[in-house]
Design a protein around this ligand. Structure first.
Ligand code: KG4
Ligand code: ZN
Length: 323
């Protein structure tokens, strides 16, 4: 079944064409340049930019093909942004007379690994994005249990706020990764928070520590060393808890998904650690780590295959627990 996936929960306008779990096309119109001017996402501006991009992005994704179903992110996210994708999905579902299914954004990230791999079940998933940092027990596709999460900032926010303090702009994850290549990760000592809590994360102390470091060092700070030290602290915190969850659960595989999964140091660290513990490791291609509609199409395909769909009354929700 060919499914059109649509994603507008945050700052990328995305559409993709999916056949089962196979990605036929994947189009992303980024608003990053616009939000860079304000140093972060402005919800009103994001929604307006989605309105401008949604139809061209959808037509580029489908070409001359008429999809047999539509999957759209309807939760969680900025409601003004979500409703642009959901309205487009409803209009197309009505005019093409095809089924519509609402997808939870985080389920999309969790299932993004299926684009090019088949992890065994159950497995542990480390989901790290700009808004979420969660350890999830994946019983099978569509059945999840939250093992732990951040009690304050998300891992992506730790990268983004650290980058801003170091004057690297927004979004900061990729900028920190690039600068860290030239830096010494042991130069500045930064905290690894919540050492005693095996499943939950905390990154606000790290943010404060970077602020203090910048204030203390002033113009003498070596930004490459600071970027490398910050990245090492985030990777350490994420890897130690993910591996603990893997070992404590006796799961045979770990998946790494979400925007921060694009981070090369994190991918390499988890791949190495999994090899040591004898577990398999999976992470989607970098293009499917950051927000995209291919993952929404994949999740929607699986839900439709289970006989699920939504009515035209489908609503958007700002907050929503994992399904
Ligand atoms: O999943 P995503 O695209 O959007 C949300 O659902 O939040 O994640 C965006 C986050 C941003 O915080 C960005 O800085 C981070 O992913 N990110 C990275 C890298 N690429 C994107 N963080 C670290 N290293 C990267 N290479
Ligand atoms: Zn996301």
């Amino acid at each position: 079944m060919t499914v059109l996936g649509i994603e507008t929960s945050c700052d990328e306008t995305c559409a993709a064409l999916i056949d089962g779990t196979q990605v036929k096309s994947n189009v992303v119109a980024s608003q990053v340049e616009m939000h860079q001017r304000w140093g972060g996402i402005v919800p009103e501006a994001a929604a307006r930019a989605h309105v401008e991009s949604i139809l061209p992005v959808i037509s580029e994704a489908i070409g001359s093909i008429r999809p047999e179903a539509i999957a759209v992110t309807n939760r969680p996210g900025l409601v003004g942004a979500l409703s642009v994708g959901v309205s487009a999905a409803k209009a197309l579902a009505l005019s093409w007379d095809v089924p519509l299914v609402g997808v939870h954004h985080l389920e999309g990230h969790i299932l993004s690994v299926l684009a090019d791999s088949e992890p065994p079940y159950p497995h542990v998933c480390l989901l790290v994005s700009g808004g979420h940092t969660e350890l999830v027990w994946v019983e099978d596709p569509c059945r999840y249990r939250l093992l732990g999460q951040t009690i304050d900032d998300a891992a992506g926010e730790a990268f983004d706020k650290g980058a801003r303090l170091l004057g690297l702009g927004y979004p900061g994850g990729k900028a920190i990764q690039d600068l860290a290549l030239k830096g010494d990760p042991s130069r500045y000592s930064l905290p690894r928070a919540l050492a005693k809590d095996p499943y939950n994360f905390s990154f606000s102390g790290l943010k404060t520590a970077v602020l203090r470091l910048v204030e203390r060092e002033g113009g003498n700070i070596d930004r490459a060393d600071a970027a490398a030290s910050l990245q090492a602290a985030i990777v350490d915190a994420l890897a130690s808890k993910a591996i603990h969850a893997l070992e404590a659960s006796a799961a045979k595989a770990l998946t790494l998904v979400g925007g921060v999964a694009a981070n090369r140091a994190l991918r390499e660290r988890l791949r190495d650690e999994c090899r040591k513990t004898g577990a398999a490791f999976f992470s989607p291609p970098v293009a499917l780590c950051t927000d995209n509609a291919a993952m929404i199409g994949i999740a929607g395909s699986l839900r439709l295959a289970r006989g699920e769909s939504d009515s035209i009354e489908l609503e958007c929700q700002a907050n929503s627990p994992l399904p």
